[in-house]
Design a protein around this ligand. Sequence first.
Ligand code: NIG
Ligand code: FE
Length: 402
Amino acid sequence: MNELPDLTLTHIGSLVSYNPDRNTFQEWKDCECSIQDGKVMSIGKHLPETKKTLDCQGKLVTPGFVDAHTHPVFLHGRETEFLKRLGGASYEEIAAAGGGIQSSIQGVRKASKEELIAIVLRRMDRFLSLGTTTVEAKSGYGLNVESELKSLEVLDRVNEQHPIDIIPTFLGAHSIPAEYTQRPDDYVNLICDEMLPAVADQGVARFCDVFCERGYFSVDQSRKILAKARTFGLGIRLHADEFMDSRSAELAAELKASSADHLMAISDAGIRALSESGTIATLLPGTTFFLGQTSYAPYQRLAKAGIEIALATDFNPGSSHIQSMPFIIALACIYLKMPVEAALISATWVGAKSLGLENRVGHLMPGAQADLILWDLDSLVQIPYSVGNATIRTVLKSGIPV
Ligand code: NIG
Ligand code: FE
């Protein structure tokens, strides 16, 4: 193993992070930040000398982003579908006609592990270059035992080979594969009786997720799968109330899921349930935007109910071909009316918390992994204000510029 460099970031104009000790957002102005053994050592002025320095030129420093909801294991993009949507077709219409998730299945089933590893590595390069240093990544385009295990193995191998940290989630319940359309409950049984035991045995996945929505998995089917997943020690996440209120936020609350995601169509009862259960709501405004819709998740109502909000990209080949967390922050500020400080916390600390990683990443307090972004910007508000611009100068992963 290489010896990790001891480093001080000098001339930081503004360092911003959630501060877990004070339970609030904090800004340090005109400071330095020292790094030892890949971890933040201290933040302050005139810090002791270190082997190396990196001059931040008076600019902004933030924690690296924690993108807590992505679907990166697919072979090809779905540009033809995108064109159909530009022509007026809806995501649901395309899915009903055999497009959507179904059209990504053949690619993953046919692809070799090596082919998928090479593609996913490139996608991770892009995440990292956009400031994402930890990413939750789902399987879900294999939808049989072999290809779901293959997708998870691809994530495991990429995690070994790439500096980014990947947290793998099993999403065998992403859609009912074509061969089970006439007998969906048999597919649910396949997930419970064959896939989950094999996934647990393989030992890669940390979470199990289900797409609980009309045309995909019902509340009862989702409950059955997630309850079974829990017996194997997997954490629970849920695609909930994305296009219509399916009472799936209520299910996430009932199961005390780590996260309920999407929630564009959540009801008042769903909001109450999440607030009582303490489940984190992961909002994905990139999906609403990319689908050309206008009904963004009700951030104001969720926040007023005291629910903790994470932000993520939902990167996938269909409904959100977006990898940029800075862009997601801009959408959250502009369309969800999130305060900028709250958006940063949601894109770092709360995402980490939903993955059980908040002691290690998602903030820059001493002892945290030194995953951070040196910006070409002066202040936090310039992240959403500079929407679409290339505003990142350097990303550090465990204290090493990547
Ligand atoms: O989160 N909602 C389910 N899955 C994705 C869409 C995946 C796809 O279209 O391939 C989503 O929006
Ligand atoms: Fe998703």
